[in-house]
Write a protein of this length. Structure first.
Lengths: 110, 115
């Protein structure tokens, strides 16, 4: 069966520091991968999606970037965090029919 | 722009009350529709989905949703809620044949069921 992992589960970082969040998927090959940010009362905002290795599409302009160095690995990064980057970040993968979500990372920028 | 609206941001019900959560979308093409649920401390998980066929779909835990194409709506219902239904509920839509299988989510509805 397929599983999706995200780490770390929680992270507290100072403003201006770099960020790297990792997401890996097991049990499937060539999945579509997604990064979302979840903010209270605002639902899930799609940040990036990828349909293959090295293929990244950005949905909103922001301080973040994404990379897909391997088929089942998706990384969310920032060179310098802003206070507004605080939030709950979810990774997801999809087959043809639905998306499956990871446990999320709670990021607090101080 | 394409969007999904959930008009109820917070809902408080007593156990055994009936539930209906609204979801409206603004897409011009053929869509797939989803309801996801996030229980406290748990992953976001699929509650039910509609792709085609019978517009009344049944999901897990006694939930159902009805797709009304003329109203661009996909409301979630449950005849009798339980305390364990306390969670946040998200409606989501994607356009059929979109290359990335991307979902657009509504803002979510926080449901609290009082015992």
């Amino acid at each position: 069966s397929q599983t999706i992992h995200q780490w770390p589960a929680t992270l507290v970082q100072p403003v201006g520091s770099p960020l790297s969040l990792e997401c890996t998927v097991e049990g499937t090959s060539n999945p579509n991968l997604y990064w979302y940010r979840q903010a209270a009362g605002r639902g899930l905002q799609l940040l990036f999606y990828s349909v293959g290795i090295g293929q990244i599409s950005s949905e909103v302009p922001q301080n973040l970037s994404a990379s897909r160095p391997q088929d089942r690995q998706f990384i969310l990064s920032s060179k310098k965090l802003l206070l507004s980057d605080s939030g709950f970040y979810l990774c997801a993968w999809s087959d043809r029919y639905e998306q499956y979500f990871g446990p999320g990372t709670r990021l607090t920028v101080t | 722009a394409q969007s999904v609206s959930q008009h109820n941001h917070h809902v408080i019900l007593s156990e055994a009350a009936s539930l209906e959560l609204g979801c409206n979308y603004s897409y011009g093409g053929t869509v797939n529709l989803f309801w996801y649920v996030q229980y406290p401390g748990q992953h976001l998980q699929l509650l039910l989905k509609y792709f085609s066929g019978d517009p009344l779909v049944k999901g897990i835990k006694g939930f159902e949703a009805e797709f009304i194409k003329s109203k661009f709506s996909f409301n979630l219902r449950k005849p009798s809620v339980q305390w364990s239904d306390t969670a946040e509920y998200f409606c989501a839509v994607n356009l059929v044949h979109n290359a990335g299988n991307m979902l657009t989510f509504g803002g979510g509805t926080r449901l609290m069921v009082k015992p």
